[in-house]
Design a protein around this ligand. Structure first.
Ligand SMILES: [Zn+2]
Length: 482
């Protein structure tokens, strides 16, 4: 059986998790669970990006030490595992000196050894909000248009990475889908950007301007800038850079086994980092590129951008507390078109919940189990063809990362079951008649398969359905909301 390595981006821990990241990590979780279910050897990685100037300032404001501050926010991200019922295998933190730093430093030395890092004095306008040098084009009335802040003028010596050397190679790999970018619109977007030419990028900052980060191994007065520090997490977590155990090479086994990543799930705002800078680094280090980068869109709230100033940030912890993990998983997977932007409102959320979960699925399971109480069932596979067909469609849609369409197709089976009961009206039949028993038998078969097909998407509900089937016990899956 094959292996499957899936990663999420590592969120920057200067703010607590919102539903945008919940969407990303739930999408990755569906992939991990789906491939595990197929019997593949899955490794699912997430983590936290904990370094940088913004964290230093946020910790100062909070009156905490850097480690205390990052420990606190990172814990919130780690808590998502239980709250959203996620199945990640590892959580990597970039402040982890033992687990992460050796990998980041080894990768740096590979690039340095290949002659792809050079030092250059650099003067530019620096936006703290971006945590990056920006250009005059990014300014409106002298302020950064994204952060409404005046940039600082910074002159310093930086290490630079010769990304420009890899323009052609990266372009060819993306064009041929050797590095597949999904959806197509994002592939076109990054190709357009690459066609303008990739520029060399600043890869380090002097220690006095950036103290919180991974030291540059060949120049301790410098600290790695985010690229080598954060992007390297995808391999450091697999043991890249760890000293090999001479006898068994135990620590490097994971890297040898799982790299390259099969799917890297990211948001559209970091497409350039993952589809240009990261491949450039891997090429320079002579490492294989990830096979696929899947790019999701953003979630708006009532068609407005989520922002603290507007006060419309949706907290996944709150939603789950009120409605349960599977209700949130369902909404994000079903309502947000997986590769595009989507919208969240509590109104739409409750509508989906009532129609699809309470009335649709919950009702079907309760009705079938109520019928099954009356008498024994006869095995009957009326729905076999439909189920097989839909199973195939779901497989194809997951391959295309169309989670919303996969759930829509799966719900055709739910509708089919409810319609079948309405038409057959089994309650008008004698419970010990063959016809009654066959109807119930076919319905039991149907909901059992629905439960299995649901397992990557709504794992808890899937388990509940199989438990109820086993014990023939009815308990409400999703209570109707008023
Ligand atoms: Zn900015």
């Amino acid at each position: 059986m094959g292996k499957f390595y899936v990663t999420t981006s590592i969120p920057y821990v200067n703010a607590e998790p919102h539903i945008g990241f919940a969407l990303e990590i739930i999408q990755a979780d569906v992939l991990a669970r789906y491939h595990r279910h197929k019997g593949e050897d899955v490794f699912f990685l997430t983590g936290a990006d904990e370094h940088g100037v913004k964290i230093v300032r946020a910790a100062e404001v909070a009156g905490k030490t850097l480690q205390d501050f990052t420990d606190g926010v990172t814990k919130k991200f780690e808590d998502l595992k239980k709250v959203l019922n996620l199945s990640w295998d590892d959580f990597i933190r970039t402040s982890d000196k033992k687990k992460h730093w050796p990998g980041a430093q080894k990768l740096w030395l590979k690039l340095y050894g290949a002659g792809k890092l050079y030092k250059k004095s650099y003067k530019g306008i620096y936006c703290i909000g971006h945590e990056a040098f920006i250009t005059e084009k990014d300014l409106v009335n002298g302020k950064c248009k994204d952060h409404q802040k005046e940039p600082e003028i910074v002159e310093e010596e930086n290490w630079f990475f010769k990304l420009s050397d890899y323009t052609k190679e990266i372009k060819a790999k993306i064009e041929s889908d050797e590095l597949q970018i999904v959806p197509k619109s994002r592939k076109n977007e990054i190709l357009a950007l690459i066609n303008e030419g990739l520029e060399d990028i600043s890869f380090s900052r002097p220690h006095e301007n950036l103290s919180w980060g991974v030291p540059v191994p060949n120049d301790p007065k410098h600290i790695m800038y985010v690229w080598c520090d954060a992007l390297s997490n995808y391999i450091s977590a697999l043991g890249y850079g760890q000293k090999e155990n001479s006898k068994f090479k135990i620590k490097n086994l994971k890297f040898a086994k799982y790299w390259p990543a099969d799917v890297q799930v990211i948001g559209k705002d970091i497409l350039r980092f993952h589809a240009a800078i990261w491949p450039g680094m891997l090429l320079a280090a002579k490492l294989p590129l990830p096979k696929t980068i899947f790019v999701h869109g953003f979630i708006t709230v009532g068609d407005k951008k989520m922002s603290k100033t507007i006060g419309n940030v949706i907290d996944p912890f709150e939603v789950v507390k009120k409605y349960g993990a599977d209700a949130l998983r369902y909404y994000l997977l079903r309502e947000i078109p997986s590769g595009e932007d989507g919208d969240f409102t509590y109104e739409k959320f409750e509508e989906r919940y009532n129609a699809d979960l309470a009335k649709g699925l919950g009702n079907l399971v309760a009705r079938v189990l109520a019928l099954a109480q009356k008498n024994s069932a006869i095995k009957n596979k009326v729905f076999n063809t439909n189920i097989k067909k839909i199973e195939k469609q779901i497989e194809k849609l997951i391959k295309e990362f169309k989670f919303n369409d996969a759930l829509s197709v799966l719900w055709q089976l739910v509708a089919l079951g409810n319609k079948y009961i309405d038409e057959k009206k089994p309650w008008t039949l004698k419970p010990d008649s063959k016809e009654f028993k066959e109807i119930v038998g076919s319905l039991l078969f149907l909901i059992s398969d629905i439960g299995v097909l649901l397992s990557p998407f709504l794992p808890e509900t899937s388990e509940k359905i199989s438990g109820q089937l086993k014990n023939r016990k009815i308990s409400i899956l999703f209570p109707q909301l008023k």
